[in-house]
Design a protein around this ligand. Structure first.
Ligand SMILES: Cc1cc2nc3c(=O)[nH]c(=O)nc-3n(C[C@H](O)[C@H](O)[C@H](O)COP(=O)(O)OP(=O)(O)OC[C@H]3O[C@@H](n4cnc5c(N)ncnc54)[C@H](O)[C@@H]3O)c2cc1C
Length: 516
């Protein structure tokens, strides 16, 4: 009995001691547990907030609200183009103050910095295209869109002549809807944002045989030609010389576009062709031809040599001080640094050497022959007004100012001009917008956000302004910065999601090898 009681007492004591120990432990663990709980709650809250925001954005994109109709008492503002300049302007414009009409042969905005990625299937084409109607339907007042090219202007009667055609029509048939009666469109204010067109410098054969890299149709054509060359090279019954010709990929132009394309092409060979065409991959050659002494002239010297070293590692040949003199069907002729000429066989030749003025830009220039004397574009003053003209502004690549033809410049100009129009468009001010500009506003000033370029092998280079200095960086970390910068710059959440999914798809399944 005594023994049993003492055992029970002993057990009770042990249980009491254990409980005491547990409660001490619990007391110590409590703050940690509650901190963990707080973190979890914060994570849930952020997740819920992000999901709600994404859901709301998706709903809004798909369900635009009612719009005010055109108001005959308001002035008509015509925007030419759906590129960086005009689209950014439209995005920032308060359309309740005007009747806005957008005219462009392209019914979408194209995010050009990621265009080289579409040529090899890193990204799908639609991921970097934004239908302009999505943007228009979300404006307060109705915006009219005309899929047409402006072909002439009467500055005295303020009338535009439009040809009903899309950019693809023009490519496929060479004339688009030119058979139809041209359309007349009156404007009170005109903003010209028609960009530029590819400059071949009059080199014979370029138009006929080279691929360009300016529009989405160009990227499609490059992809077709690339895959055609590779497929043709895999036939057994062709000569070895013909196989080598087909597998020689040439890029003309050592600016950011040419460099990025060469980098993307290298990745395609390295990551995908090596697996699906192992017998061909070692015979593929990439050559970049540049007339100047080095590539990427606008970048810091350190970044130029970093790019050249990376290209060397990736077996991309760079021919500097070499000028393309003629492009034939299967060969092209270059003038070498010593003045001699060589004829080089190629399978695909991509021409990425810069831009010149669009035909409509020249037409507008010709209306003011004494003032508009520069054939590269429309001379504008510091308020982006076309010199010599009344109520006409020019933004982006077609406007000649002291800035380079860059997306950043075009979009900053579009935003600046939209704000000025928003600010000046009260009825009492609108009587002479042209004069009001000077009195009310500070001139446009470009603020550079720096330069970025992808150079292949998951490496990028960056030349970024930092206070009064420039920071330069190159490598894999810069590539991640490049990715996040472009992802955030895309126009909509819809495009961001698509691009992110494409990147993930490429990583999971590799690039698509189909010809289209
Ligand atoms: C492959 C590539 C990569 C690039 N990468 C970069 C980069 O990384 N960073 C950067 O800052 N810049 C980059 N650029 C340059 C940048 O794209 C241009 O500076 C920018 O597009 C200029 O904008 P824009 O509005 O003047 O013209 P665009 O964007 O070219 O748009 C012109 C618009 O006008 C329309 N149009 C043409 N003719 C007519 C007409 N007759 N009537 C009506 N509409 C017309 C066109 O269809 C188009 O919608 C790149 C360019 C390319 C091609």
């Amino acid at each position: 009995m005594f023994a049993r009681t003492s055992i029970r007492l002993g057990r009770m004591a042990t249980t009491f001691a254990q409980r005491q120990a547990m409660s001490t432990l619990n007391q110590q663990a409590k703050p940690r547990t509650s901190r963990l709980r707080q973190i979890k709650r914060a994570v849930y809250a952020v997740g819920l907030g992000a999901a709600s925001y994404i859901g709301w954005s998706m709903y809004q994109t798909r369900n635009p609200g009612e719009q005010e109709p055109f108001d005959p008492s308001k002035k008509t503002l015509v925007l030419l183009g759906t590129g960086w300049g005009s689209t950014t302007m439209l995005k920032n414009l308060d359309t309740t103050n005007f009747n806005v009409v957008v005219v462009s042969p392209r019914n979408y905005f194209l995010f050009t910095p990621l265009l080289p990625s579409c040529t090899v299937g890193t990204l799908e084409n639609r991921s970097i295209m934004e239908p302009v109607r999505l943007l228009m339907r979300h404006k307060k007042r109705e915006v009219k869109f005309l899929e047409a090219s402006c072909i002439d202007i009467d500055v005295d009667s303020k009338q535009l002549l439009l040809e009903r055609r899309s950019s693809s029509d023009a490519k496929l048939t060479g004339k688009g809807g030119a058979d139809e009666e041209p359309l007349k469109l009156n404007y009170d204010y005109l903003v010209v944002g028609v960009g530029g067109t590819v400059n071949t410098f009059g080199t014979p054969g370029v138009e006929e045989h080279a691929c360009f890299l300016k529009e989405m149709d160009d990227a499609r054509q490059i992809r077709r030609r690339l895959m055609d060359s590779v497929e043709k090279a895999s036939f057994d019954d062709i000569t070895e010389a013909e196989r080598d010709r087909l597998l020689h990929m040439v890029v003309v132009g050592g600016g950011p576009t040419g460099i990025e394309y060469a980098g993307e092409l290298h990745d395609f060979l390295e990551d995908d062709l090596s697996k699906w065409y192992p017998e061909l991959v070692d015979r593929v050659r990439i050559t970049l031809v540049e007339a100047l002494p080095n590539v990427l002239p606008a970048f810091d010297k350190k970044l130029i040599s970093f790019t050249q070293d990376t290209f060397k590692e990736n077996n991309i040949s760079i021919l500097t001080r070499t000028m393309v003199k003629e492009v034939k069907d299967k060969t092209f002729i270059v003038q070498n640094p010593d003045g001699s000429r060589s004829e080089i066989p190629y399978g695909l030749l991509v021409w990425a050497t810069g831009i010149k003025a669009q035909p409509i830009t020249n037409k507008i220039r010709q209306k003011f022959p004494e003032i508009q004397t520069n054939g590269r574009g429309l001379l504008v003053d510091e308020y982006l007004r076309v010199k010599g003209a009344k109520d006409i502004w020019a933004i982006g690549d077609c406007a000649l100012s002291s800035y380079a033809p860059l997306a950043q410049v075009a979009s900053q100009q579009g935003k600046w001009l939209a704000r000025k129009f928003n600010h000046l468009s009260n009825d009492d001010l609108i009587t002479d917008l042209f004069l009001q500009m000077n009195a009310k506003t500070r001139p446009f000033k470009y603020s550079s956000q720096g330069s970025l370029a992808y150079i292949g092998s998951e490496k990028a280079i960056a030349d970024l302004p930092f206070f009064n200095r420039n920071i330069t960086a190159g490598g894999v970390a810069t590539f991640w910065f490049w990715k996040s910068a472009y992802l955030s710059e895309l126009l909509s959440l819809r495009n961001r999601t698509r691009v992110a999914i494409d990147w993930a798809n490429r990583w999971l399944y590799g690039r698509d090898l189909s010809r289209e």
